[in-house]
Design a protein around this ligand. Sequence first.
Ligand code: ATP
Ligand code: MG
Length: 268
Amino acid sequence: MTLHADPLTKPQISKTAGMRTTANGGPNGKPVLIRLEGLTKSYSEAGTSHVVLDALDREFYAGEFVCLVGRSGSGKSTLLNLISGIDAPSAGDVTIYPAADAAPVHLTALSEQERTLFRRRSIGIVFQFFNLIPTLTVQENVTLPLELNGQRRNVRAKAAALLERVGLGNRLDSYPDKLSGGEQQRVAIARALVHDPLLILADEPTGNLDEETGGSVLELLLELTSGAGKTLFMATHAAEVTERADRVLHLERGKLVSDDLWRTTHHA
Ligand SMILES: Nc1ncnc2c1ncn2[C@@H]1O[C@H](COP(=O)(O)OP(=O)(O)OP(=O)(O)O)[C@@H](O)[C@H]1O
Ligand SMILES: [Mg+2]
């Protein structure tokens, strides 16, 4: 593993009018956490440029639970990967406002290594296919983000406490392949939260689970994230999830075609 390789995310690497508010004032006075400006991603294939996200302008606020919906290929994972800095945009910018007294972070101004370090510190990600490291135990998978961030004290105890909360306190020394899909996703949730990130991103976190297991994993994820005042972005195809969101963004072929918050603030 090189110094800046990112074992937490690498395994996965397989326009509308903008809403403008002041930098510190969203609904209910929530501070802006993320600003997208002209955010565009395109790919070149056989000499043709293919736009998969088309000039998104939008702001999101601390503590929001935002759902991303849209058909397969509409750009949901692409948007999450640009917000996390796993991927870099073709044009435009993502700015994260970590705290009122901290400088904003312009992701496009960072190198790939700097984005990796920022992501490790500030973002937790839950993937559809869990992405646990098979050669590490359950507890080691959860201590890893702390260790990558240079923490040495109490890391095992912190991981064990969180694994207890997700119902796996008795599986600390098991390896991922001995766990069910739902259990693996619970470990992944603990791993995404253990470093107390600013923002949690979940890309179809129940998409690989049966309905009942997916339902209980979702309840747990919501309880530990938006239920605890944290900011959560979730791409999902599940209607029962969108009913619970503060805000639902609908993407169609890389364009934002609706945003509940935008509708209520502009057309109410
Ligand atoms: N590396 C790449 N090269 C070329 N095109 C790509 C690449 N990655 C993604 N795309 C294209 O970008 C578009 C958006 O993909 P994305 O994965 O964001 O969709 P999605 O909404 O997450 O779909 P799903 O619901 O199936 O996960 C698709 O048309 C996809 O083919
Ligand atoms: Mg996707």
